[in-house]
Design a protein around this ligand. Structure first.
Ligand code: FE2
Length: 228
């Protein structure tokens, strides 16, 4: 399934590929054909076909973090397109160039800006593109990324700080997460910073202790609030 969020020459496709309700993103400049893939998922051939159909040439592959459901097809997509892979050095992504906080990836007159957002993984990055923020696994619709022993190198404290860095973006910034985790499939595939600030229970937590407490008791909270 593809959600097309394009506007004018801004090409922006949210694509269901990958094993765990993953969202992959194709970002492009419709005037010049320049494009980037963010977290291309597993099915690189399908991803490449979609870009070809759109008349877009992928020269850059941006990785939010090194978990396999996000990077599984990156090498193959690199092979198909000749694109350069970028990802956080601390996530040790094979074949990737290190990305730095604030690094800009131009697509003609459009630009993607990398934002360091460690927490769910130590080298996690979000990518901001013309008012649209691809959040990987740090911020989902109504939820946030996992931390703890299941996620090596993760840190709840870092995640809290990174989330509050994202909350300083304008309220009308669109949030495009790495997974379709809200309710049933396609129920809320994207959000805004303003909406999450007001409604996401992890973001309305008054301080780090409350945030951390909610993380520790999330299963119970979900049950009480009928959250899937
Ligand atoms: Fe992840």
């Amino acid at each position: 399934m593809i959600h097309d969020h394009s506007e004018g020459h801004i090409r922006f496709l949210q694509i269901h590929l990958g094993g765990d309700r993953n969202f992959c993103y194709l970002i492009g400049n419709g005037d010049t054909g320049e494009a980037a893939a963010v977290d291309p998922g597993f099915d690189s051939e399908r991803f490449w076909e979609i870009a070809e159909t759109e008349g877009l040439n992928i020269s850059t592959i941006l990785i939010t973090h090194g978990h396999s459901d996000h990077i599984g097809g990156a090498d193959k997509l690199k092979e198909l397109t000749g694109a350069v892979i970028y990802g956080g050095a601390e996530d040790k992504i094979s074949g990737a160039q290190p990305v730095t906080d604030g690094q800009i990836f131009p697509l003609g007159d459009l630009a993607i800006t990398a934002m360091a957002t460690p927490g769910h993984s130590p080298g996690h990055f979000c990518y901001l593109f013309e008012g649209r923020l691809v959040t990987g696994d740090i911020l989902f619709c109504g939820k946030v990324g996992g931390t703890g022993s299941f996620f090596p190198g993760s840190s709840a404290r870092q995640e809290y700080d990174s989330l509050h860095k994202l909350l300083r973006l304008p309220d009308d910034t669109f949030v495009f997460p790495g997974h379709d985790y809200y309710g049933g499939e396609g129920q809320r595939p994207h959000s805004t910073i303003g909406f999450e600030k007001e409604h996401n229970p992890f973001l309305t937590a008054v301080d780090f202790d409350a945030f951390s407490h909610l993380k520790d008791n999330w299963a119970q909270y979900k049950k009480e609030h009928d959250i899937r």
